[in-house]
Design a protein around this ligand. Structure first.
Ligand code: PLP
Length: 247
C-alpha cells in the first residue's frame, strides 16, 4: 500500500469514529475539529493529509516543527492551521510564536511574556499578521494520580488574567491530556471538568465570549472527549501510525 493509501484509510477510520461519537453524543459534527498530530512524521505526510482535506496539523517539538512548517510550499501552508500542542520551554517559546497559529500548552505565566514578545516581533517582520491564539493547559490529575502537565486548577484564573493583559496573544480556550491510569468513566469525568473550566472562565469574564475551544482527546480516547464536549481532538497515532520510540 502506498503512503497515500495508508493515510487515506486511517484518516477515513478516524473521521468515521468522530462521526459516530458526535452522533452518539447528539452533537453536530461541525462542532468538532480534527487536528492531525504530525510530530515525528515528514512534511510529505503533511502534503498528503492536506490533499485529503486535513486543515489542522499539530506539532510538539520546536526544532522539528519550525523546519517542517518552513519547508511547506506557500499554497499548502496557507490552507493549514498549525497547532503547537507539546510542552513548551521558555527558550523555544519565542520561536514557536512566529510560526504557530495556536499554542495549546500555556501552563505558566512566565511563558506568556515570551510568547507575546515573540509574536510582536513576528508581526513586525511580517511573518504573522494575527495575534497568536493560546489555550491554557489544565492539569486534570487528582489526588494520587499524576497529572500530565498543565496549570493546577486553583491557578487558572490568575493565568487567564495574565494572558488577557498581553498585547499579541488571544485566549481561545483550554486544553488537557487525560491523566494516566483512569478507566473510561474517570477519563470522561476529567474531560467534563475541563469543559466546566472553560465555561467558568467565560462566565467570570476572564476569557472573551468567543474563547470556546476545548482541546481534549487523542487516538485512544477521542470518543470520551467528544461525549464530554471537546471541540478539538489531537490525533496522531491513529492517523499516522506509531512514532519511533526514541529520538
Ligand atoms: C503526541 C500528542 C498527541 C497525539 O497523541 P496520539 O495518542 O498519538 O493520538 C496529542 N496531544 C499531545 C499533547 C501530544 O503530544
Amino acid at each position: 500500500m502506498s503512503r497515500e493509501q495508508e493515510l487515506a484509510q486511517r484518516l477515513g477510520e478516524v473521521r468515521a469514529r468522530i462521526d459516530a461519537a458526535c452522533e452518539a453524543a447528539g452533537r453536530p459534527r461541525d462542532e468538532v475539529t480534527l487536528i492531525a498530530v504530525t510530530k515525528f512524521f515528514p512534511a510529505s505526510d503533511v502534503h498528503i493529509l492536506t490533499e485529503l482535506g486535513v486543515r489542522h496539523i499539530g506539532e510538539s517539538r520546536d526544532q522539528e516543527a519550525g523546519d517542517k512548517v518552513a519547508s511547506l510550499p506557500p499554497d499548502v501552508r496557507e490552507q493549514l492551521q498549525v497547532h503547537f500542542v507539546g510542552q513548551l520551554q521558555r527558550n523555544k517559546a519565542r520561536n514557536v510564536a512566529g510560526y504557530a497559529d495556536l499554542v495549546h500548552s500555556v501552563d505558566r505565566a512566565r511563558l506568556v511574556g515570551v510568547l507575546d514578545s515573540g509574536r510582536a516581533r513576528a508581526r513586525e517582520e511580517g511573518q504573522a499578521s494575527d495575534p497568536l491564539g493560546v489555550l491554557i493547559q489544565v492539569d486534570l490529575g487528582e489526588g494520587e494520580q499524576a497529572g500530565r502537565g498543565g496549570v493546577a486548577p486553583d491557578r487558572i484564573d490568575q493565568l487567564a488574567d495574565v494572558v488577557g493583559e498581553s498585547d499579541h496573544l488571544e485566549l481561545r480556550g483550554v486544553m488537557a491530556i487525560a491523566p494516566l491510569g483512569l478507566d473510561e468513566a474517570g477519563v470522561r469525568a476529567a474531560f467534563t471538568r475541563l469543559v466546566a473550566v472553560s465555561e467558568h472562565l467565560r462566565q467570570a469574564g476572564r476569557t472573551p465570549s468567543g474563547a470556546t475551544l476545548v482541546s481534549a482527546g487523542m487516538s485512544g480516547d477521542l470518543e470520551l472527549a467528544v461525549s464530554a464536549g471537546a471541540t478539538h481532538l489531537r490525533v496522531g497515532t491513529a492517523i499516522l501510525g506509531s512514532r519511533p520510540e526514541h529520538r
